[in-house]
Write a new protein. Structure first.
Length: 334
């Protein structure tokens, strides 16, 4: 299967055999395997082993491939995230880590157990309860506290949420220059608006664990005995960081304004799990606008590495440009 983007390694079944043996020993046999779709960073395959286990194999980009600054060591980060959730919030269904390895010839890879269920966009019925389950899971994850803000393991972060978030924005703006990405506004306007709202970032004094990438494709669900879809898996934790829990209320309502949909099942599940009604004041709304701007900026800056150009993907580029402009207009309003 051809890669979706330049960051994805091209794998063959023989490559999967080599990686399985490197993970579980030379006597472990592969019964079947195939590529999984939906992502655009790592190459991801499913496999069935001769001991009956179903696994997911995720392989990092080749070391020669250019990455965005925050994409450094993402598979190692995902390994840490899944293990942390398993230890500190075991009620949240994340894939069990089976192996994480690096090899001069094979590269870097992560093996997890394969969870049941289908991603939310693939369901053929009401997904409201599954989204409420996701909200409850996010509330559980947000109870975990880190020792600093931003990314872990010496990556971009800081002692305050203001410092970490500002550095994350600066990284993306530097990536835009490196990749020659044309932004809908000058980079300095983005910096000025972040600085204008920095006092709101200083209100966040606890670095909560955040998933960051809870779009529908990363949420798995299966029907219970009554035919109700329930969440059974949360995947792709590689982009996790520590910060303001409000940031994690953006991606589950992708391309929408979270604060305008208080009855959304995800927000209902989150509020019920925390025991605190979600009421967004003006400061919350402005922080949410900052976090939408961060997400839409990231999605804009990553387009060249994903093989997306204004010529071959004009609708995506137009959408992101409109969304980013809307975010900045919201932040500039008095």
């Amino acid at each position: 299967m051809a890669p979706v983007s330049a960051t994805q390694r091209v794998l063959s079944p023989d490559d999967v055999v080599d990686l399985v043996r490197a993970s579980f020993g030379p006597d472990r046999r592969l019964l079947d395997c195939g590529p999984l779709t939906g992502g655009a960073f790592a190459a991801v395959w499913w496999a069935r082993l001769d001991d009956g286990r179903d696994i997911v194999l995720k392989v990092a980009p080749p070391p020669t491939v250019r990455l965005l600054r925050y994409e450094t060591d993402l598979l190692a980060a995902e390994t840490r995230y899944f293990r942390l959730i398993a230890e500190r919030a075991p009620q949240v269904p994340v894939p069990p880590v089976r192996y994480h390895g690096r090899h001069p010839r094979l590269g870097e890879w992560l093996v997890t157990g394969r969870l049941p269920g289908r991603a939310l966009p693939e369901l053929d019925g009401d997904d409201g309860q599954a989204r409420a389950d996701l909200g409850a899971a996010m509330a559980d994850i947000h109870r975990i506290t880190g020792d600093r803000f931003g990314y872990d393991a010496g990556r971009t972060g800081g002692p305050t949420w203001r410092a970490a978030f500002t550095a994350m924005i600066d990284d993306l703006l530097a990536d835009a220059v490196d990749w020659d990405v044309r932004l809908p506004v000058p980079a300095q306007r983005i910096r000025v608006l972040v600085d204008r709202h920095a006092d709101l970032l200083d209100l966040i004094d606890r670095p909560a664990l955040l998933h960051v990438d809870c779009w529908d494709g990363n949420v798995l669900a299966t029907a219970d005995d009554h035919g109700v879809y329930r969440m059974c898996g949360l995947v792709d934790g590689e982009r996790f960081l520590y910060g303001d829990p409000l940031l994690d209320l953006v991606s589950p309502l992708l391309f929408r304004r979270t604060e305008d949909e208080p009855a959304h099942p995800f927000l209902r599940g989150y509020a019920e799990a925390t025991g605190v009604p979600l009421v967004f004041d003006d400061g919350d709304r402005r922080r949410l606008a900052l976090y939408r701007m961060h997400l839409h900026l990231l999605m804009t800056v990553e387009t060249p590495s994903r093989g997306s150009t204004p010529t071959n993907d004009p609708d995506r580029h137009a959408l992101l440009s409109d969304l980013l402009d809307r975010d900045l207009t919201d932040l500039a309003a008095d």
